[in-house]
Design a protein around this ligand. Structure first.
Ligand code: ADP
Length: 358
């Protein structure tokens, strides 16, 4: 029996595609630590995100491909990940934040913070290092949504983020006294935001999720300019008036040259006890907006009172009710965002994620 070679293993894995990145695992430099011993082949597949929606498929395909090599008795695949850096310089934020993703909306009350919090928790649950920057200075409610009451005491000149559900978070809501109004305009707003961005000890992050203020006002503009963003997601309700607002949000990102990752439609429908769906706010608006603006549609989130209850009691639905349709929709949206970030980073870095090169 001829010996199994590393070349043969790599040739087999060179036929396994990463469905999002549309290249094979070897070209993408995702195969590591190949070892062959007594007919047992072991190796690591280094994904570009722990939230990869194709994790199970890639593992199975890789295993099957190597099993076809003559003489292989067994295959042990270790799945790991290393999130690529989008390559943008973030001068204000000194610690390495590999990707910064803004969640915006045309108007308040559409579920922007709910999406920010749950996407952040979903990415953290998958194993990514996640930060959540609640920059919604007009209604900073992510502390309530995550059950965070205060920041840890500072140990130096920088603010230490609070930790909850495996992520780090900071919010304007934790920096002002409860009930104190936040009326900031123009230069003052700008400097407050810059300070807020620069003075936080995040540590190394794979993803920083930024919950933007609603609308296209000064605060959103200052933020999007101060922090180079890998991309932005726009949240809308299905009805027409909300779509017009969301369209303005989309245009703001396009003007600022922030890549729009896609549109999320929240409160898409209510599932009735008999399993039928009721479209409280119209139907198909998010998909329609995505189509006419040539933007990707990332998914729709149904209405569920557990979203509000979880929001009010600091228990995000993706952690509290992971099997609910809303949680599944949010996890899928988080995975799509992570995939799109990987695809963009790979494009920027000329086919190979920069921090993956050995
Ligand atoms: P925004 O950040 O856009 O102002 P929020 O995320 O604060 O909006 O959501 C507004 C309110 O609607 C909150 O009370 C939240 O819990 C509730 N909510 C958001 N999405 C849903 C949903 N899919 N089903 C039920 N309630 C929701």
């Amino acid at each position: 029996m001829s010996a199994i070679t590393k070349e043969a293993v790599l040739a087999a894995l060179g036929k396994v595609q990463e469905p999002d990145l549309k290249q094979d695992l070897v070209t993408l430099n995702m195969v590591r630590n190949v070892e062959i011993e007594n007919g047992v082949v072991s190796f690591t597949v280094m994904l570009t995100t722990p939230a990869c929606p194709f994790r199970v498929k890639i593992e199975r395909d890789a295993k099957e491909a190597v099993m076809t090599i003559a003489g292989v008795q067994a295959v042990a695949v270790k799945m790991d990940s290393d999130v690529p850096n989008d390559g943008r310089m973030r001068g204000l934020v000194k610690t390495p934040i590999r990707n910064a993703i803004a969640i915006g909306s045309g108007k308040g009350g559409v579920g922007k913070s709910t999406v920010s919090v749950n996407v952040a928790v979903a990415l953290a649950q998958a194993g990514a290092r996640v930060g959540l920057l609640d920059a919604d200075i007009y209604g900073p409610n992510t502390p309530t949504m995550l059950g965070v009451e205060k920041l840890p005491p500072p140990q130096g000149p920088k603010l230490i983020p609070a930790e909850a559900y495996g992520l780090k978070m900071i919010s304007m809501g934790l920096l002002v006294k409860p009930g104190q109004p936040l009326i900031w305009r123009g230069p003052m707003l700008n400097s407050a935001i810059r300070q807020f961005l620069g003075d936080v000890e995040w540590g190394e992050l794979d993803y920083l999720i930024v919950d933007l203020p609603p609308g296209t006002g000064d605060a959103s503009l200052s933020l999007a300019q101060a922090l180079p963003l890998s991309g932005a997601v726009v949240v809308t309700l299905p009805q027409l008036v909300s779509l017009e607002d969301a369209g303005r949000g989309l245009n703001m990102f396009k003007t600022l040259e922030v890549p729009v990752l896609g549109i999320v439609e929240n409160m898409s429908y209510l599932e009735l006890p008999d399993g039928s769906r009721m479209d409280l706010f119209g139907a198909g608006g998010g998909e329609y907006l995505a189509k006419i603006t040539e933007t990707d549609y990332l998914g729709g989130i149904p209405i569920d009172q557990n979203v509000r209850i979880g929001g009010d009691t600091g228990k995000p639905i993706v952690a509290e009710h992971p099997d609910s349709p809303v949680a599944k929709a949010l996890v899928e949206i988080a995975q799509k965002i992570a995939s799109k970030i990987s695809v963009a980073a790979i494009g920027v870095n000329n086919s190979v994620p920069i921090n993956i090169v050995e």
